[in-house]
Ligand binder design. Structure first.
Ligand code: 2AM
Length: 287
């Protein structure tokens, strides 16, 4: 048996998962990587993770055997059924006191249920929001953990090391609360971004169809806005998108289909607001 040497395991080798692993490795943690499609473990170890301390496991048993105690296992898999299935397969290879962490965009009610279930088996559970996309995962995401309070001291050093930092150096990561609190905060944070995007779309619509402005003129407006109190990530990328030219020199934005999809967090935010009798019409418009 190889020595139990790894600080944390991460399951789910899509880009978010891979980038979180690389980020943890940069901060001195030894990570074990695992994925349902096991061939992706070797692909990752032989490519993106080449030359690092990252370990690959080809079964959950092997993964569990490589972990220090209490074991920390983080899931970065598709929200929904995949999380429940992994919890079921992890329980037999883990022990009381071990910690399962779900870093996907799970519905907070699922996280409340899973926290109770995993705790009933003597293990600990964390449902955490991870914000910042692929780039954030690699360089420093905002992390919003909630679930079993007893798990937090074991996860805190890793999460606070890999998270983004505020100007004064404090980490963009702290304990949010019990049960589904972490995923609730992440959901609401996403909902607010939906509202932000709705405002940007309405401003674009008024400028384009109301005032007949060109993409270059709108680019200038967003560039000015981004220098004042509206200075933010979404205004900044809108500024850049409006200036982006296709190979023929025309603004690319005018050729993109006027349609968008959603993965659920905005809808859940609105449903939760209705459950509490607190209307949030802007976010509802966005959805
Ligand atoms: P895969 O590589 O085996 O498809 C993002 O899709 C991540 O979630 C991937 O690591 C993917 O594994 C995993 N995933 C998606 N659906 C899954 C399921 N039903 N069971 C296990 N893993 C799943």
């Amino acid at each position: 048996m190889p020595e139990a040497q790894a600080d944390i395991a991460l399951i789910g080798l899509a880009v978010m998962g891979q980038n979180l692993i690389l980020n943890m490795n940069d901060h001195g943690f030894t990570v074990v990587a695992y994925n349902r499609t096991v061939s992706k473990v070797d692909d990752f170890i032989n490519n993106e993770a080449k030359g690092t301390k990252i370990l690959g496991a080809h079964s959950l048993q092997e993964m569990a055997g490589l972990l220090k105690h209490p074991r920390r296992v983080m899931l970065m898999v598709k929200a929904g059924k995949a999380v429940d299935e992994f919890i079921e397969s992890l329980l037999p290879v883990l022990e009381p006191g071990d910690i399962i962490i779900d870093g996907g965009n799970s519905l907070f009610e699922d996280t409340i249920r899973r926290t109770k279930y995993v705790e009933s088996k003597g293990l600990l559970y964390i449902g955490t929001g991870v914000s910042g996309g692929e780039e954030g995962a690699r360089r420093g995401p905002s992390i919003m953990p909630g679930g079993s309070p007893a798990a937090w001291p074991h996860v805190k050093p890793i999460f606070q090391a890999i998270s983004a930092k505020v100007a004064d150096g404090s980490p963009c990561c702290d304990w949010v609360g019990e049960g589904g609190a972490g995923h609730y905060v992440k959901m609401t944070h996403n909902g607010i971004e939906y509202g932000d995007m709705q405002l940007i779309c309405e401003a674009y619509h008024l400028m384009k169809d109301g005032l007949g402005m060109t993409a270059d003129e709108m680019h200038q407006v967003f560039a000015d806005w981004n220098k004042g109190e509206l200075d933010s990530y979404l205004i900044e990328i809108t500024r850049d998108i409006l200036a982006f030219k296709d190979t023929d020199g025309a603004p690319l934005v005018d050729k993109i289909l006027d349609t968008a999809g959603q993965k659920g967090t905005g809808k859940w935010t609105v449903i939760s607001s209705q459950d509490m009798g607190i209307p949030i019409t802007l976010i509802a418009e966005a959805v």
